[in-house]
Design a binder for this molecule. Structure first.
Ligand code: ADP
Ligand code: MG
Length: 358
């Protein structure tokens, strides 16, 4: 019964309060600083991702939101209510773990209804609600099976159904698609996004996969070593990375250090330009650079066929390594070969200054 007390209390506060508000969050384990200086507001109904390499503190932040860990410093507020010291069951959130944590001896339907049973709901209503949740994830016909009789993707959906049946205000997902193969993962990404839109629940999604974060999220926090490096929409993160770290972690990029930038752009500060912004033309053309573009002579070091196009590795006449991405145009052979001379052009507007250093 204590389970249901927190939800009405939170809902009663302020509708406009962010679903999750984090201030000055810090978590240490002995000498290890797992999370530090994390400030974050996540809006109601937002699909929010935490993206970063292994060990960057994503899971720890999720566990601090869920209440499985106690913060060393800072606060966590859910729907306007400070829950920093509250127990997990007092928080209106639910976690979907990477390993799904299903009960092997229970049927799929009973697995989904388990949380309702713990809350003391009567059997008939429980089964009805569990069946609805299974229908939502398109597994309505498999309720009688055991988890072992399902595929990986189906087990993933059961774990989701088990979370949404409790109608939490916030769903925390820790690399939920990590165990699935690529094809299934892409399918589940679409389903997750649709589900989140349908239910209107706030999703906090942890992943180390930059493409997944870019595809799914309303906003992304890029983590490094326990802190947020950059926070923004997928487009902002991709088009305007503020540090070499973010530019390099989210997609591939051409990084120019201060000295190279001085030579190429006339500005002595770090810059980046995405490979797809580079235009290549065969040979050394004699046309001078326009004022709004950078023009470089280069040699092809390697061309890698990607199916959808080519990735071309280049070296400029003064030794700068570049990567260009060419979309396949369907024409016969636009491929540059190793050792070919090419002219590289890119718009100055496509070059991003990296403001926060690295
Ligand atoms: P991520 O989820 O981004 O891979 P984690 O949040 O799991 O990262 O871990 C962040 C850091 O905290 C890592 O250095 C990790 O080794 C450390 N860490 C996490 N949990 C514990 C723990 N229970 N005890 C000691 N160190 C931990
Ligand atoms: Mg983790």
């Amino acid at each position: 019964m204590s389970l249901s007390t927190s939800a009405p209390a939170q809902a009663a506060v302020v509708d406009r309060a962010p679903a999750i508000s984090i201030r000055g969050l810090r978590k240490t384990y002995g000498d290890v600083v797992a999370v530090d200086h994390v400030d974050l507001d996540i809006a109601d109904g937002e699909f929010f991702s935490m993206l970063g390499p292994s060990g960057s503190g994503k899971t720890t932040v999720l566990r601090l939101i869920a209440g499985f860990e106690q913060a060393t410093a800072g606060s966590v507020t859910l729907g306007g209510v400070d829950v920093t010291r509250a127990a997990p069951f007092e928080r209106d959130v639910h976690t979907v773990f990477q390993d799904y944590a299903l009960f092997p001896h229970m049927s799929v339907l009973d697995n989904v209804g388990y949380g309702l049973r713990v809350r003391g709901m009567k059997k008939a209503e429980r089964r009805e609600r569990a069946q609805q949740a299974l229908d939502t994830v398109r597994l309505g016909h498999l309720g009688a099976r055991r988890p072992a009789q399902l595929s990986g993707g189906q087990r993933q959906r059961v774990a989701l159904a088990r979370a949404i049946v409790l109608q939490p205000r916030v769903l925390l997902l820790d690399e939920p698609l990590g165990a699935l193969d690529l094809k299934l993962r892409e399918q589940m990404q679409v389903e997750l996004k649709q589900l989140q839109r349908e239910l209107g629940i706030t999703f906090v999604f942890v992943t180390h996969d930059q493409e997944e974060a870019l595809t799914l999220s309303d906003r992304i926090a890029v983590f490094d070593a326990g802190s947020i490096q950059q926070l923004g929409t997928p487009r902002e993160i991709y088009e305007n990375p503020t540090s070499a770290y973010v530019a390099g972690f989210v997609g591939t990029t051409n990084l120019f250090d201060a000295a190279t930038s001085q030579r190429l752009l006339g500005v002595a500060a770090e810059h980046a330009v995405r490979p797809e912004r580079l235009r290549l033309s065969p040979g050394t053309d004699t046309e001078p650079a326009r004022p709004d573009e950078v023009r470089l002579d280069a040699v092809v070091v390697e061309t890698i066929y990607l199916g959808t196009g080519n990735r071309v590795h280049l070296r400029t006449s003064d030794g700068v390594e570049l990567v260009a991405l060419e979309q396949s145009t369907g024409s016969l052979d636009t491929r540059e070969h190793r050792g070919d001379d090419v002219t590289v052009r890119f718009a100055r507007a496509d070059v991003v200054p990296l403001t926060s250093g690295s």
